[in-house]
Design a protein around this ligand. Structure first.
Ligand SMILES: Nc1nc2c(ncn2[C@@H]2O[C@H](COP(=O)(O)OP(=O)(O)OP(=O)(O)O)[C@@H](O)[C@H]2O)c(=O)[nH]1
Ligand SMILES: [Mg+2]
Length: 445
């Protein structure tokens, strides 16, 4: 079973019961919230968060029928969705500058996954076009160094191999090595510790006081639950963490600590480790987590948001365009902007006819949307209105301008033409259904 799986199941169970009732009585709401509370606590979500969440949801739920188009249960899930997202915050910013020297230090308890994560980060940055260097930083355990060096070599990652026996001189050397080799991201794999002890923590503090760090990330094992929050607090007494990385996201851990991390520590979760391979690292996107936990039940929320995102006039135009088959890349771009405002979840995106035919599984949706947008931005107005004129040299220009490849441009054009074909075959009912999916049906009957 995957992380959050039981939380998801239980929340969906609670809402299924609520959905089955058309109108909710005060006692229905009360019972629903009680079950929700137990579910969250069982998933190891910090009790303070649970308390706050439940009281906010309860308050909002009392003001029922604020949004007439939603049923009471839908309204509750909408509120929960909003509040959970509030707690988790926006997608994180990774503080790395391409034209500067950057240092990322990984800290954490023994065996939580620092070394593995260091290699994963190096690969991640390398793929982003940066030049990373892995820096072993365990001065007591030679095997720790060896582990990182081996990991680096088997994955064609650059590693600082010179053996120096004290932290400050070692990092100075590594920095000048970075200068010489024009490397811009140093990733420091510090020694694991059994506990937060004064001696090794003071040493860590000395290092972080001496060198300016772009990121100091706590690497925490998802399976250790809430104690990761205490560990973070322990580290914070000495050094300023900039965020957390949760490893073993592929486990069956309850995951509540991941949901609680930002609320309790004030620092965002920036990455999650999703397996043992060096490629198993993902940026932590709160949106995706919340939508995964709440499942497709939050379609109503999205419809509501879509309603806001797409103005009434635009919606009318969209329907007209679909019907007249004049929907072009400019409209496509507008749709993408609207979807971005909604948060962009693959489940929802793929349920929208406009987006069908695109393989959302293959790419993370954040990247995908950015890519699509960049490509469309790279087109001239004329090209957007009439994609057929985009020949080989135009494709090359667009790819270059958008930082993508000609194959990406081709893919987008192909998808667009498939979509256009599909729309052509769409009758009035289908167009209405599509509008319905976008939450704009009521106005067009
Ligand atoms: N399944 C899974 N295993 C992981 C993940 N990250 C790390 N591991 C495993 O966790 C174990 C410990 O990882 P290390 O990277 O050596 O941990 P460390 O924090 O560097 O350990 P010390 O240096 O001894 O403190 C290894 O067996 C890794 O393969 C992950 O995201 N998923
Ligand atoms: Mg290690």
């Amino acid at each position: 079973m995957l992380i959050f799986e039981s939380l998801k199941k239980n929340i969906q169970y609670v809402f299924k019961k609520l959905y089955s009732k058309g109108k909710l009585s005060p006692s229905d709401i009360e019972n629903g919230l009680r079950e929700l509370r137990i579910t969250l606590l069982e998933a190891d979500v910090n009790y303070k968060i649970v308390k706050e969440l439940i009281s906010r949801v309860s308050e909002e739920a009392k003001k029922q029928n604020v949004v007439e188009s939603l049923t009471p249960a839908e309204q509750i899930i909408t509120i929960l969705y909003k509040e959970l997202k509030n707690i988790l915050g926006e997608s994180p910013i990774i503080n790395i500058k391409h034209n500067e020297k950057n240092l990322i230090m990984l800290v954490g308890l023994q065996g939580n996954g620092k070394t593995t994560t260091a290699a994963k980060l190096a690969k991640f940055f390398k793929e982003k076009g940066e030049f990373p260097l892995l820096i072993p930083f365990d001065f007591k355990r030679p095997a720790a160094r060896e582990q990182l060096i081996t990991l680096a070599k088997t994955n064609q990652l650059e590693v600082f191999e010179e053996k120096i026996n004290a932290p400050i001189p070692a990092l100075k050397k590594a920095l000048s090595y970075m200068d010489r080799r024009q490397i811009n991201v140093g990733i420091i794999d510090t020694a694991g510790r059994k506990e937060i002890d004064v001696e090794t923590m003071t040493e860590l503090k000395r290092v972080s006081d001496t060198f300016s760090m772009n990121e100091i990330l706590l690497v925490a094992d998802s399976t250790i639950g809430q104690s990761s929050l205490k560990i973070a607090e322990g580290f914070e007494k000495y050094i300023d963490l900039t965020g957390g990385i949760f490893t073993k996201y592929d486990s069956s851990a309850k995951g509540g600590s991941i949901l609680s991390f930002r609320y309790v520590t004030g620092k965002p979760v920036k990455f999650i480790g999703t397996g043992e391979k060096v490629s198993d690292l993902e940026i932590f996107h709160p949106d995706r987590i919340v939508s995964r936990i709440l499942g497709r039940g939050d379609l109503a929320t999205l419809a509501e948001k879509a309603e806001k995102a797409i103005s009434q006039e635009e919606s009318k135009n969209l329907i007209k365009k679909i019907k007249n088959n004049t929907f072009d890349m400019n409209d496509y771009k507008k749709q993408i902007e609207a979807i971005k405002k909604m948060g962009g979840f693959s489940t929802i995106l793929s349920s929208m006819p406009v987006m069908q035919g695109i393989n959302f599984e293959a790419m993370s949706e954040g990247n995908l949307l950015k890519k699509i947008e960049a490509i469309i931005n790279g087109m001239t107005k004329e090209e957007r209105a009439n994609p057929d004129i985009i020949d080989g040299s135009r494709k090359r220009r667009i790819a270059k301008g958008s930082g993508t490849h000609v194959s990406d441009v081709n893919k987008l054009l192909k998808q667009f033409s498939q979509m256009s074909r599909m729309m052509k075959g769409m009758n009035k009912t289908k167009a209405m259904n599509m509008a319905k999916n976008l939450g704009i049906n009521n106005r067009f009957h």
